[in-house]
Design a protein around this ligand. Structure first.
Ligand SMILES: NC(=O)c1ccc[n+]([C@@H]2O[C@H](COP(=O)([O-])OP(=O)(O)OC[C@H]3O[C@@H](n4cnc5c(N)ncnc54)[C@H](O)[C@@H]3O)[C@@H](O)[C@H]2O)c1
Length: 395
């Protein structure tokens, strides 16, 4: 284990408070500073986590004056992400930013440009690719157990009634990465084009800000050098379905389907014989009583991957700041985000300490975010196929 220690500043400590104790216990973190406009939240956080007054700020500009801070973790509302990321990078700090990376394709380019100019790390802090379900299916895929990958689908269903007003009318696929992140991460192929379709209608008041009329947006994504298509869908308002961030992966030998209800277990389907061979009887004639291969279906318990982490933070895969007594709505609805938080923070810290690119850098973050932005634009144009910008050529 590297001995280098860094100081981290978290901006936005509503959901962001979740990460304070993880950083504080991480063996490569010296100390944690926090910033929030909300002074009462700041005081609560300082008291709960024993953060000295000199490490509490009401804005990022003041926080950046502390030259001992190496990395900034941004957890403010979406419209501020690109601006604050650029500010942190321009000030010579490493930057991790929660989802979405930006609100437009232009903002994604601007963050990439700032990262390149700064020579510092940018990590896109998408939780779903650090969750135990993703780790489990990724292992199956890497071991070849799924066989030939044929199709993937993903979704993020969330009812945003009662959430802060800045979410009102947010076009569903403009912020797609909880759904599409795991699918794109697993295949690691560039998304090259997408077409989206809008369905249903939201009430007039929700259309005002973004002029998006749709309750649901769905899309099909094409990848470079791959015959696999990814289907993604999302809604935010006026659909009666409980919370879910999920994906399904269909292979020729095994397929994984996320559980329908949050208190169930996922299903693994497995083909028992070879394709075709098991449908031919001994004389070489098709057996009319054996049409269709045998597929076994079983519910599986997805293991926890805390053992991959330093022991100081491993228990955070199952214990969190926000819990039944101390609720944050996204956490309550998200079922603890699959134990992802300590894995994600560990990757952010170690990429800095080891002086390497983070697993989800600005280029990946831009592809994942842009896939949704382009899908939404396509839906607004009645399903016109949209090219996704080639961010990799900027790297
Ligand atoms: N699974 C996940 O990855 C996940 C889950 C929940 C939220 N999020 C993301 O986290 C972000 C925050 O979500 P939330 O629910 O905590 O939002 P929130 O509106 O409840 O809290 C945002 C906080 O940031 C503070 N703030 C805003 N701008 C600031 C600035 N410039 N400087 C200092 N403080 C500032 C506000 O005072 C507030 O306390 C959102 O972008 C959301 O998408 C991600």
């Amino acid at each position: 284990m590297q001995e280098k220690k860094i100081k981290v500043g978290i901006v936005g400590i509503s959901f962001g408070m979740e990460f304070v104790p993880i950083y504080q216990r991480h063996p490569n973190v010296e100390s944690v500073a926090v910033a929030d406009y909300n002074r009462s939240l700041l005081a609560t956080c300082a008291e709960k986590f024993h953060i000295p007054a000199e490490d509490c700020y009401t804005n990022l500009d003041d926080m950046l004056k502390d030259t001992s801070i190496d990395a900034i973790h941004i957890c403010t509302p979406p419209a501020s992400h690109a601006e604050l990321s650029i500010k942190a990078l321009n000030a010579g700090r490493h930057c991790g930013c929660t989802i979405p990376m930006g609100m437009s394709i232009d903002e994604l380019y601007e963050v990439i440009e700032a990262r390149k100019k700064s020579g510092k790390n940018y990590m896109f802090l998408e939780t779903t690719v650090f969750g135990r379900e993703f780790f489990y299916v990724q292992e199956l895929y890497k071991k070849g157990e799924l066989g030939k990958l044929q199709y993937m689908t993903c979704a993020h269903y969330q009812d945003m009634e009662g959430w802060p007003e800045y979410w009102e009318g947010f076009p569903p696929l403009m912020h797609p990465t909880h759904a599409v992140g795991p699918c794109l991460m697993m295949l690691d192929k560039k998304p090259v084009s997408v077409y989206g379709i809008g369905s249903g209608r939201v009430r007039d008041a929700l259309k005002e800000k973004y002029q998006c009329p749709f309750a649901f947006e769905s899309a099909f994504i094409n990848l470079e050098d791959s015959d696999v298509t990814i289907e993604m869908e999302r809604f935010l308002y006026e659909v009666a379905r409980s919370y879910q961030e999920c994906f399904r992966v269909y292979g020729s030998k095994k397929s994984f389907e996320w559980q329908q209800l949050s208190d169930e277990d996922p299903v693994l389907y497995e083909r028992t014989g070879d394709i075709q061979q098991d449908m031919i009887d001994i004389d070489g004639d098709p057996d009319r009583f054996a049409r269709g291969g045998e597929i076994i279906e079983r519910r599986i318990k997805v293991p926890d991957y805390g053992y991959r982490l330093p022991e100081e933070i491993a228990f955070f895969t199952t214990e969190t700041v926000y819990n039944d007594e101390n609720e944050h709505l996204s956490f309550k609805q998200g079922g603890g985000h699959g134990g992802s938080h300590p894995h994600m923070i560990h990757e952010f810290i170690m990429s800095i300490v080891e002086d390497r690119k983070p697993l989800i850098d600005d280029i990946k973050g831009a592809y994942w975010t842009a896939t949704g932005i382009c899908a939404h634009l396509s839906a607004m144009e009645g399903g016109k196929k949209m090219p996704i910008p080639d961010f990799a050529k900027l790297d």
